[in-house]
Design a protein around this ligand. Structure first.
Ligand SMILES: Nc1ncnc2c1ncn2[C@@H]1O[C@H](COP(=O)(O)OP(=O)(O)OP(=O)(O)O)[C@@H](O)[C@H]1O
Length: 382
């Protein structure tokens, strides 16, 4: 199936009311695992439901390759059952009075698929989801994870070209969620289906997606592979939304706080004058907690940005240490896998490579300064 393309799609639930989705241009590549990611109410579900044909756009068009599914301007609307898409929601909506096999068979029975073919397709879907051994049980006799596998098997059995999933893992406990993430990724690798997956969980998006579409207030912020979104966020919203702890962000300039003034001084060095930094529009600096390190005075190189900070608290997480630091009244986080001896109240020297700094202008948009100082382009991880 070709790409799914949304062009200038908007949706208001009431005439003249607020836009749940605002002028969305989005291309979901064929065969991709695209996650629609963003905080509650940002328009992810509305977008998914419009792709499915369960909601009508107020404006704009949706097509798959050359096939128009919706066009408000041209009065086109293809009903959900004719779109070749399978849907799975957060609540599995299994029929309680039907066995697992009958549940999975349901869509095929509706389509009047011959019984031998039906059995083959159901067995294949149950095998794919590794639940063939519970085929004769009823939903109430299954764990939450197994029930979710049944709802996925039910969708896979009818072999839709596109799988639309709306927070399908949010009812599962942490262990099952992890297991199902791996499972969905495997299904995607094995089938090559296009998957569109709604989640507000950044870890879910990072771990499974080939592409992440970050939304805010109905507006697309960035569409890119997950590591690009993480390492080259398009703006401060995306930068702050991904990562745990989130990216340290602080205002930078001659009038900013202590840390921001130091950063501004650093950025102004190396042939780039303060005026140039200002002219280039740097307003906010970001640095990921794991890009900061604690150094001995002799360890940081001249190219590093280095500063002194006071340890507020050391928070061991088992695999790593999260350290809360204060520079004057700015709090920032550092994550390290190296055990450190520091305790609350100690002063430590921190450093980050120039390439680990993310620069944003006053509108919050990414500003690489790449033309001026390539080492500040933030490309170390790209
Ligand atoms: N049926 C509806 N009628 C009126 N407003 C709605 C309806 N469904 C959603 N909205 C509103 O549209 C906006 C987008 O909602 P949507 O459910 O698409 O967001 P979401 O990002 O999926 O949120 P969540 O993660 O909480 O499900 C919200 O302001 C919401 O209140």
């Amino acid at each position: 199936m070709p790409d799914i393309t949304l062009t200038a799609v908007s949706k208001a639930y009431s005439a003249g009311g607020p836009l749940a989705v605002d002028n969305l241009d989005l291309t979901i590549p064929d065969g991709s695992f695209t996650c629609l990611l963003g905080p509650s109410g940002c328009g992810k579900t509305t977008t998914l439901r419009m792709i499915a044909g369960l909601e009508h756009p107020t404006q704009g068009s949706i097509r798959v390759g050359d096939r128009q599914l919706d066009s408000v301007e041209r009065g086109i609307f293809v009903p959900p059952e004719k779109r070749g898409m399978g849907l799975v929601f957060q609540n599995y909506a299994l029929w309680p009075h039907l066995s697992v096999r009958r549940n999975v068979e349901f869509g095929l029975t509706v389509r009047k698929t011959p019984s031998a073919e039906r059995k083959r397709l159901v067995d294949a879907a149950l095998t794919m989801m590794q639940i063939l051994h519970v085929a004769d049980r009823y939903p109430s006799q299954l764990s939450g994870g197994q029930q979710q596998r049944v709802s996925l098997a039910r969708m896979l059995a009818v072999n839709p070209a596109v799988l639309l999933l709306d927070e399908p893992l949010s009812n599962l406990d942490a262990t099952l969620r992890l297991e199902m993430r791996a499972e969905l990724k495997r299904v995607h690798d094995e089938t090559g289906h296009t998957i569109v997956f709604v989640t507000h969980d950044q870890l879910e998006a990072m771990t499974m997606a080939t592409h992440v579409a970050v939304m805010r207030d109905g507006v697309l912020q960035q569409l890119a592979p997950p590591l690009d979104v993480y390492h080259r966020p398009a703006n401060t919203f995306v930068a702050a939304f991904l990562g745990s702890p989130a990216m340290n962000l602080f205002e930078c300039g001659p009038e900013a706080g202590v840390l921001g003034r130091q950063a501004w001084k650093y950025l102004s060095g190396g042939g780039l004058t303060g005026g140039d930094v200002h002219a280039a529009g740097v307003h906010t600096v970001g640095v990921r907690p794991e890009a900061l390190r604690i150094v001995d005075a002799q360890e940081s190189t001249e190219a590093d940005w280095a500063f002194d900070a006071t340890v507020k608290a050391v928070l061991p997480t088992g695999a790593a240490w999260t350290i809360s630091l204060m520079v004057d009244d700015t709090e920032l986080y550092l994550v390290t896998t190296k055990a450190i001896a520091a305790v609350s109240g100690d002063t430590v020297r921190c450093a980050a490579a120039a390439s680990a700094l993310h620069l944003f202008d006053s509108s919050g948009a990414r500003n690489d300064l790449a033309d001026v100082r390539p080492e500040l382009a933030g490309t170390a991880h790209a």
